[in-house]
Design a protein around this ligand. Structure first.
Ligand code: F6R
Length: 614
């Protein structure tokens, strides 16, 4: 999703700004731009890739020591140059609306009262050149400017409703950039006699590792060699400077064609790293004070979006079956707006790869506002807002995930959630030492088991050849493999653009069976568990209607390939942890189907990596 980089320096910062955008490219964007102070405001904008922007900047010789840059993921207004950031203000006195005005601004987030503000600014004579909510902020800051940019931004943010991170500079104060955040992430990078802003520390990798995480409502005034932060009440605020070894977003692809493929194959390592140091099951794996909280809670509420939501759905089966704790899983964007019945003795668990997903953060705050203070996150980014906002955390060590379609984050989340299940079970007296030892042994074997599943790739490729010319697919699962079917369908639809839906297999005859014809591939997740015989009946229902079955069977499922039935046999039966293994062929199926259809695997259309707007 949108990315911001800003800087105040004595050197030409254009290369740093553009490289920062390159490091944020993995989040997904549809246009980009940069503006600097060079005897006035200068900017370049493009609907092509950041590399194109770099060539444009070079050919137009755009250089300067103060500037801001942005990658845009369209919300208000189509992806087009005139909607790309930075936006300039065009005050009533300024002749041509296209000419650079006084204020340059970039923005992540959504301003909800932009229509109202736009009308008021138009009445004052401001001219708009875009359909964005962002241009409204640029004009608003200009309308409030009386010689001090920080004061103008303070006054402007008081009028904004919605979510934003902004970076802004003014041609009348060439060595100053002002930033503000509310609901969207923004960090300050402290350099030597120079300072930076970015939506993510990763954008500043190699520039500075001294990072200040701005808090909700903060405003920051960046100048050469100094910065100044105030909170939402405009009181001076001290925020710690952290040394952050940010990974560069441009991780090496190595022998792989795409980051998604690389990340699928990294899963044995990612699971190994996530479980590293786990010698025994103990609440302290989740942070200080976890024992007291785990002892106190009588239920679990999981809040997440997308793939992370499906890992939560899987964990519900574990939490109720093993820890015997009532568990609810909610899509964050639904939970935050519905009237629910709060229980202060609930453990609120957020799950997020990025730790910055706006809906999940808002759902967490909503839960807290209802008096549920016991919060825990399973998250892949230790410096993220999610980790800072929760009392307890389990940091998955998937490593940077660049492909928009989440893969290694999902399986590492499952590993973290399984540990959470075991810890809660232990505290609640539901886990014997023998069971603990067996579960830990199974977890340690996961990297090896995953390697064996990855070796099934050639068989999955032959399935993908069949799927490449289909426009619809059904996925079936039962029990804890139903969320795996959901995740398989999500992966296929988001990167191959094939319409895919998942159902609990028992629901088939309550509706979706009507869709089944010889044109409909039906993927069935069929581990050898207590529901296998039921699932086999559901498979018969599909075959009887001419549907084509693609079955992920367990080593000992006793399901054979036959006409219209394609079977891939999993190398070993893995019991409770089998969702972590069954999802892998489904990731590979989506990847190879997308490859065969020629779609942009790592940056699927319309999608972004870190969804920082609601
Ligand atoms: C799908 C995918 C998304 C994310 C969702 C939540 O492949 O990546 O559905 O899972 O946007 O993101 P996080 O986990 O960062 O909160």
């Amino acid at each position: 999703m949108c990315g911001i980089v800003g800087a105040v320096s004595t050197r030409n910062i254009v290369p740093i700004l553009v490289q920062g955008l390159q490091r944020l490219e993995y989040r997904g964007y549809d246009s980009c731009g940069v503006a600097v102070y060079a005897d006035g405001l200068k900017r370049a904008r493009s609907v092509a890739r950041v590399a194109e922007l770099m060539s444009q900047v070079d050919s137009e010789k755009i250089a300067g020591g103060t500037g801001i840059a942005h990658t845009r993921w369209a919300t208000h207004g189509a992806p087009a140059v005139h909607n790309a950031h930075p936006h300039f203000s065009h005050g009533p006195g300024e002749a041509a609306p296209q000419a650079p005005g006084r204020i340059a601004l970039v923005h992540n987030g959504i301003i909800e009262n932009h229509d109202e503000l736009r009308a008021a600014l138009q009445a004052k004579g401001y001219k708009f050149t875009s359909q964005t909510d962002t241009e409204v902020i640029a004009h608003l800051v200009d309308s409030l400017y009386e010689g001090d940019l920080f004061d103008a931004v303070k006054a402007a943010t008081k009028q904004l409703h919605g979510a934003y991170a902004i970076a802004v500079f003014c041609k009348d104060e060439p060595h100053r950039v002002v930033g503000a955040r509310e609901g969207s992430p923004l960090v300050l990078g402290v350099g030597k006699d120079e300072n930076f802003l970015a939506s993510d520390a990763m954008a500043l990798a190699g520039v500075t590792d001294q990072i200040v995480y701005l808090e909700e409502g903060d405003l920051v005034d960046l100048q050469l060699g100094r910065y100044w932060i105030v909170d939402r009440n405009h009181k001076a605020a001290e925020r710690p400077v952290k040394t952050v070894q940010a990974h560069s977003g441009a991780a090496e692809l190595g022998p792989y064609r795409h980051y998604m493929q690389k990340e699928i194959f990294e899963q044995p390592r990612a699971i190994g790293d996530t479980l590293q140091g786990v010698e025994s099951v103990t609440p302290e794996l989740f942070g200080d004070g976890a024992y007291r909280i785990f002892k106190d809670v009588d239920s679990v509420l999981i809040l997440a979006c997308g793939t992370s939501y499906y890992s939560g759905c899987t964990a519900k089966y574990w939490l109720e079956a093993i820890a015997k704790i009532p568990t609810q899983v909610e899509i964050a964007s639904e939970y935050r707006y519905r009237e629910s019945v709060p229980n202060p003795k609930t453990l609120v668990v957020t799950i997020s790869q990025s730790g910055e997903t706006a809906d999940t953060l808002a759902a967490l705050k909503h839960a807290r506002s209802l008096g549920m203070e016991n919060t825990l996150t399973v998250c892949n980014v230790s410096t993220s807002a999610m980790v800072r906002e929760c009392k307890l955390a389990y940091i998955t060590r998937a490593g940077v995930e660049i492909g928009v379609a989440s893969t290694k984050a999902f399986t590492t989340q499952l590993a973290g959630l399984f540990l959470l299940t075991l810890s809660l079970a232990q505290v609640r007296g539901k886990l014997t030492e023998t069971q603990e030892a067996q579960h830990l042994k199974d977890m340690r074997h996961l990297p090896t088991a995953l390697q064996a599943v990855l070796a099934l790739e050639p068989q999955v490729i032959s399935w993908a050849e069949d799927f490449a010319n289909k426009e619809n697919a059904l996925f079936l699962g039962r029990g804890m493999h139903y969320p795996i079917a959901l995740e398989g369908a999500l992966k296929l639809k988001e990167i191959s653009y094939i319409h895919a839906e998942a159902y609990p297999a028992g629901e088939l005859k309550h509706g979706p069976l009507a869709l089944v014809t010889s044109e409909m591939p039906v993927v069935t997740v069929a581990p050898n568990d207590a529901l296998l015989e039921k699932l086999k009946s559901n498979m018969q229902e599909v075959r009887a209607r001419g549907g084509l079955l693609y079955v992920l069977a367990d080593a000992d499922s006793k399901i054979e390939s036959s006409e219209g039935v394609h079977v891939i046999r999993m190398p070993e039966h893995y019991g409770t942890l089998s969702p972590l293994l069954h999802v892998v062929p489904l990731q590979l199926l989506a990847y190879h189907t997308a490859l065969a259809r020629g779609t942009d695997v790592d940056k699927p259309r319309n999608l972004a990596k870190s969804v920082t707007v609601e």
